[in-house]
Design a protein around this ligand. Structure first.
Ligand code: S3P
Length: 434
């Protein structure tokens, strides 16, 4: 288990591109694998999560070539062409892989078992298995609704009109992917719009799908056509450098080629409400939403009540928002974010415990926290093996009064393997601990 030592260094300066979007990379492999013909993916995230998805499709008979870093050539086998696996399918740390694949495999005529690592094995899966079983799928979980998922061969799925109780792109996507091979129409309505990459990408792969914010609907029995996918930079990865440049005096940073879909960029709004200086330039449209160049300058921050309506649009960015809040003047209140308790770790308590270890006052609630901005000191924090907790504390350490030891950082490789080298290149103080 590796650790980092992170500490204040100079200002954050430079121009970077962050690795490819994780959500788009997963979906690109999945849809290309079940399409007719050969697809090319550029900008693919070379992370452990997305590689796990690619490995699973190789185990189901899909030939996937990797001619260079960030490129995949996927020889699709068609919607009915996946082969029965001869082993358990390992999703590693990835909730996106497990939940979306459960939808895709629920309609197959072969049995499959989806397993995950220690963190994923604790995460709730009934949110996907309930709607899938109501379509006729047969999926067994552990008693608490946790993985492994044992998926029995399907007889025939029927489409549903699903009113999802949770604002989750993973749930919506699982149901839509099952709907591809179900009889009739499958529709999903969400309590709050979530990222629509599955819908946009199904359309790019030739599927006739009707969607608008908070709703999506498709008819079963359609086939996917191979296409080319250009994966944008991942806003959730950019979020760390954006926050570091905002927090450290004298910083000026440019991030190019970042996806700025509004369903992903709630953090920009929240940081701006706190006083951040972030400009968006060179906006152009891409198949998975708008892409832009971001220009960030240091600015002093003040605490805010994070608008509850922003929560789904920044659901992966709360660890780094907590770090920003710890350096802001006054109190930042987060509410309506109970989903954070079932991410790769319980992100509310992981951040609260780490902040307290650095001398920051935090009051936890069931669905959020009050973070009292102050002067963080040095100390020892446990990331609990959660990539975004580790990276958030690496950012906060740039404003701490002493060295911050960050425990258990290996899983940073799930989403951002080049994080430490890229951040050092921008001037952040971050080293492997001995
Ligand atoms: C994702 C959706 C979000 C997000 C996750 C990726 C996706 O999860 O937290 O990192 O790719 O669909 P939920 O849909 O469970 O909110």
């Amino acid at each position: 288990m590796a650790d980092w030592i992170a500490r204040t260094s100079g200002s954050v300066q430079g121009r970077i591109q962050v690795p490819g979007d994780k959500s788009v990379s997963h979906r690109a492999i999945m849809l290309a694998s079940i399409a007719d013909g050969t697809s090319r993916i550029d900008g693919f995230l070379e992370g452990e999560d997305t590689r796990a998805t690619a490995r699973i499709f190789s185990q189901l008979g899909v030939r996937i070539e990797a001619p260079s870093d960030g490129v995949r050539i996927v020889h699709g086998v068609g919607i009915d062409g996946l082969l029965a696996p001869s082993c358990e399918l390992d999703c590693g740390n990835s909730g996106t892989a497990m939940r979306l694949l459960s939808g895709l495999f629920a309609s197959q005529t072969f049995a499959s078992t989806l397993v995950g690592d220690e963190s994923l094995s604790k995460r709730p899966m009934r949110r996907v298995t309930d709607p899938l079983c109501s379509m006729g799928a047969r999926i067994d979980t552990e008693a608490g609704g946790t993985p492994p998922l044992h998926i029995s061969p399907a007889v025939a799925l029927v489409g549903i009109d699903y009113d999802s109780p949770v604002a989750s792109a993973q749930v919506k996507s699982a149901v839509l992917l099952a709907g591809l091979r179900a009889q009739g129409m499958t529709s999903v309505t969400e309590p709050h719009p979530t990222r629509d990459y599955t819908e946009r990408m199904l359309r790019a792969f030739g599927i006739n799908i009707d969607y608008r914010p908070g709703f999506a609907s498709l008819k079963g029995g359609q086939r996917l056509r191979a296409t080319e996918v250009q994966v944008p930079g991942d806003f959730s990865s950019a979020a760390f450098a954006i926050t570091a440049a905002t927090l450290v005096p004298g910083s000026q940073l440019i991030i190019e080629n970042v996806g700025i879909d509004p369903r992903r960029t709630g953090l920009l709004e929240a940081l701006r409400l706190m006083g951040a200086h972030i400009d968006i330039h060179n906006v152009r449209s891409g198949p998975t939403g708008e892409i832009a160049t971001l220009l960030i300058q240091h600015a002093p921050l003040h605490g805010i009540d994070v608008p509850v309506t922003l929560v789904p649009d920044m659901i992966d960015e709360f660890p780094v928002l907590f770090a920003a809040a710890a350096c802001a003047d006054g109190v930042t209140r987060v509410r309506g974010a109970s989903e954070l308790r079932v991410k790769e770790s319980d992100r509310i308590s992981a951040m609260a415990n780490g902040l307290r270890a650095l001398g920051i006052d935090v009051h936890e609630t069931d669905d959020g926290a009050d973070i009292v901005g102050g002067n963080a000191g040095g100390g020892d924090v446990d990331s609990l093996g959660d990539h975004r907790i580790a990276m958030a504390f690496a950012v906060l350490a740039q404003r701490a009064g002493g060295d911050v030891q960050i425990r258990d950082i290996d899983n940073v490789a799930t989403s951002y393997p080049s994080f430490d080298t890229q951040m050092r290149g921008l001037g952040l103080g971050l080293e492997a601990a001995n």
